[in-house]
Design a protein around this ligand. Structure first.
Ligand code: PMP
Length: 428
């Protein structure tokens, strides 16, 4: 008789109960023999990082098992300030210009909580890392979407992520006095697009003109290929003062499970992130922060040298990318060649006959295709529509995203599945 009858769910959670990762991680765990779905490497982090963790864990300094400074373990914020100070060409104060978070995910959460009020709009470029939208909603704001529009590649060439571009007039039309922030993710998950200087200047000029903040998710900053350059929007004119840079040790050092992330920016912005952080998470594991600090210390010493992990990792991943591009192209699952990240989006149109369309289904076609593929072929990937808002999902429903940060054997096993599938299609 003491059963509760009043509604318990806060209104801000309405409509965001479903989560693509919860759903597809479970499907992959149940059915996949080869998992190219969720974005994490199946190879180990570099030895120097694992050794740093082991030293932090079992060394003399037992205080590394205790709480550390809430806004970031001092050795980590110090080295991040030095490292990013060098990259940005400005003096950074470790205590006020850097804050450590529980992965880039919490950094994003802090940004939306700290800056977005009811009635505020946040511009999100599609396709986007899916958590931006529910996080804006939880903060009481409204997301305004602007898609990257694909252009047909030149005859005979594979499409590149660079062929997906913003329409300048369309982007400009999304800015208004309600716009509080824009989220930029370059290199972009899921396409692997690396925004060019021209594209970043276009965004920067609009931010300055409309006095808008930029939440710059740069977790794949080291993963750029073919000699491309990752340009930090905070380094463009007028942008430092209005930009929060977000990074992730998970992506930087191939250790996604450690969940160490950070924000870099001016104190006038970071002070509000600290307010959110101190009233929610407080801090992340001290030993992991200590090990990441040592990883950055090594990388600062080796900066630009061939032994640097930030040079070696993209070199290794570019080979894996090329391998997967070839493998998909050979079976007719047309790859969009990514300029960055460890993701690759491929066109499934030629495989549509295997998974018939169900018009008017609530589940977009690519989502049903990806579920069918993992259940029937054992190969896990993520539907591209998951990276679009509800009303745009069906415009981009014939692509799936693969993660290629995988051991050679994993990529070979994926290739075997695709080849066999192709043979079955052509000789029924
Ligand atoms: N931003 C983007 C674009 C991502 O792809 C991810 C992870 N997939 C994150 C943020 C979250 O990073 P972390 O694991 O450090 O929380």
């Amino acid at each position: 008789q003491a059963k509760m009858s009043r509604p318990v769910q806060a209104r801000r959670l309405e409509g965001i109960e479903k989560n693509i990762w919860v759903e597809f991680v479970k499907l992959a765990a149940t059915y996949s023999t080869v998992n190219l779905g969720q974005g994490f490497p199946d190879f180990p982090p570099p030895d120097f990082l694992k050794e740093a963790f082991t030293r932090a864990l079992s060394g003399e300094n037992h205080m590394l098992h205790q709480y550390t400074r809430g806004f970031g373990h001092p050795p980590l914020v110090k080295i991040l300030a030095q490292f990013f100070g060098k990259l940005l060409g400005r003096d950074l104060d470790p205590m006020t210009n850097v804050m450590v978070t529980v992965g880039a995910y919490q950094a994003l959460f802090c940004c939306f909580q700290a800056f977005v009020d009811a009635g505020d709009e946040v511009i999100i470029i599609e396709p986007f890392f899916d958590c931006y939208e529910p996080m804006v909603k939880m903060a009481g704001g409204t997301s305004v979407f602007v898609p990257l529009r694909p252009k047909a590649p030149k005859d005979g060439k594979l499409m590149s992520s660079a062929d997906w571009q913003l329409d300048p007039a369309e982007l400009a039309s999304k800015f208004s006095e309600r716009t509080k922030a824009i989220v930029l993710n370059s290199p972009n998950n899921p396409l692997g697009k690396v925004f060019s200087r021209g594209e970043l200047e276009l965004i920067a000029d609009l931010c300055v003109k409309h006095d808008v903040l930029c939440i710059s998710d740069e977790v794949y900053e080291w993963l750029v290929y073919d000699g491309k350059e990752h340009i930090r929007i905070a380094s463009l004119r007028g942008m430092w003062d209005r930009t929060v840079i977000i990074g992730s040790a998970g992506k930087t050092f191939s250790a996604t499970g450690w969940k160490v992330g950070w924000t870099v920016g001016p104190n006038r912005l970071l002070q509000h992130l600290r307010t959110t952080h101190q009233n929610s998470v407080y801090h992340c594991a001290t030993v992991a922060q200590e090990a990441v600090a040592q990883g950055f210390q090594r990388e600062l010493e080796l900066y630009g040298k061939p032994e640097s992990y930030f040079i070696q990792l993209p070199k290794m991943l570019q080979q894996k990318r090329d391998w997967l591009v070839q493998s998909l192209d050979a079976v007719g699952m047309k790859p969009i060649v990514p300029e960055g990240t460890y993701f690759l989006v491929a066109d499934i149109s030629e495989f549509k006959s295997d998974v018939p369309d169900v018009p008017d289904s609530d589940d977009p076609y690519d989502s049903r295709f990806a579920k069918w593929m993992v259940k029937n072929k054992g190969l896990a990937a993520i539907p591209l529509s998951a990276f679009y808002c509800e009303s745009h999902k069906n415009n981009y429903n014939h692509f799936i995203r693969f993660c290629f940060a995988k051991e050679e054997a994993t990529l070979k096993a994926a290739n075997d599945i695709l080849q066999k599938w192709k043979r079955e299609k052509t000789s029924p």
